[in-house]
Design a protein around this ligand. Sequence first.
Ligand code: C5P
Length: 316
Amino acid sequence: MTEAWRPDGEDERRGASGPVKVRVPAKVNLHLGVGPLRRDGYHELNTVYHAISIYDELTARRGDTLALTMEGEGTGELALDDTNLVIRAAHALAGYAGVLPHARLHLRKQIPLAGGLAGGSADAAAALVACDALWGTGLSRDELAGIAADLGSDVPFLIYGGTALGTGRGEAVSPVLVRPTSWHWVVAIADVGLSTPAAYRELDRLRKAGTAGAPLGSTDALLGALRQRDPRVLARTLGNDLQDAALAMRPALADTLKAGEAAGALAGIVSGSGPTCVFLAADAADAERVAAGLTSAGVCREVRVAHGPVAGARVG
Ligand code: C5P
């Protein structure tokens, strides 16, 4: 066994000496096609991920141990111990690269917990990118995405960002190459989160009972709409197989979806496993109007305006 590289003395030049700050976005699924339950407990997915401009920020400093502090969304609720995905990511990178997992990490969270926006996965991606820079381990994005896949199905996508196709259980990611267009979103954040495994279990139950909607299937229509760059066309192709499950578990989300459309959104869907709802607006001014309408309807805890696609976890 080789001795772990120590971030001190001469070798310190390999990594950053000052703090490393990484910004990482939230994700929505423009298309979330859920296939059958696999033997490993995951569902086969056919999804189009899209990174939007709601960010968490992770700062990594040199330290003698591995420690995590936080502020913002979920403070006091989110465990900061070895179960936290940030700590698990730091350990995973250190193990892969053969270095000591020493860092003082501070998370500033704006992405809500259990919201269907992949906040925990985003933080894991941020930790991989931040510790890679701090420790000077110099891994490529593809290598980081390989480590990310073991941490969670959405983590590889958040290393890359942009708009990307996800297959397998979501961890196999390939970029969607379209001419850059900025899409405008309004994000309605609920009071209380929803559990992702519970949403998948509910979908299995609805399908067994024959009361789930028809599965979405192929991403072709959505990909074609992205190429047309017309939000009215994109609006018609957004879809989420987990939406029925989220609505069954949280019927009040139907009011949130209705309120967004009444406020002028082109379309609204539940984001991932919910309960966050995202609405597509025609342009930035429309997004502000939809946000104002949703806020006055009082159907959620908080409303934010965002745009996408944006880059994945990045230093600076
Ligand atoms: O991969 P991740 O840890 O984020 O997944 C959380 C849970 O969501 C899994 O344990 C599983 O219950 C469910 N899931 C699934 N199929 C997927 C992704 C997640 O059933 N493709």
